[in-house]
Ligand binder design. Structure first.
Ligand code: FES
Length: 164
């Protein structure tokens, strides 16, 4: 018989078991986000249908219960992307403080447009965000879900140049 979640790495399966154990019997849906994080991390930053099916198997859920989470939250990718995800806010406060200039600078520096990844697979300029609730630090961006505020083009260079 095929092992549950055979498409997943052993590490991902271990993480899923650890998270499943944190919740009462029958509440394993609560472990889906952590499970998807682990699966994505172990697959160079994106999910495939095989991996999502594997998560569903490990958690005894219907695949749709995993797919709906993976496609709803912006921290999950279902297509291959660059390893380091950049999202620049360009809502009103950030736009008024130079968000457009920050985006143009990153596009030029990396040689890609919003929505694209660099050819070396290092960066993914994911999208323009609609306010990340850090308006007081405008203009701002997220790099791998960490906030960087009060950006200037020099500061962006420093941040991106330090990424491995
Ligand atoms: S407008 Fe950019 S964080 Fe609110």
């Amino acid at each position: 018989m095929k092992e549950k979640g055979a498409a997943l790495t052993e590490h991902t399966r271990e993480v899923i078991e650890q998270w499943r154990a944190k919740f009462p019997e029958g509440r394993q849906r609560s472990a889906v986000i952590a499970a998807l994080h682990a699966a994505q991390h172990d697959n160079n930053g994106f999910l495939t249908s095989e991996l999502m099916d594997g998560v569903a198997e490990c958690l005894d859920l219907e695949p749709i219960q995993v797919y709906e989470v993976a496609t709803f939250y912006s921290m999950f990718e279902t297509e291959p992307t660059g390893r380091n995800s950049i999202s620049v806010c360009n809502n009103i406060s950030c736009m008024l403080c130079g968000g457009d200039e920050i985006i143009a600078h990153i596009e030029k520096k990396l040689g890609i447009k919003v929505g694209e990844s660099t050819s070396d697979g290092k960066f993914f300029l994911k999208r323009e965000e609609e306010c990340l609730a850090a308006c007081v630090g405008a203009p701002m961006m997220m790099l791998n879900h960490v906030y960087y505020e009060n950006l200037t083009t020099d500061k962006v260079d420093e941040i991106l140049d330090a990424v491995e």
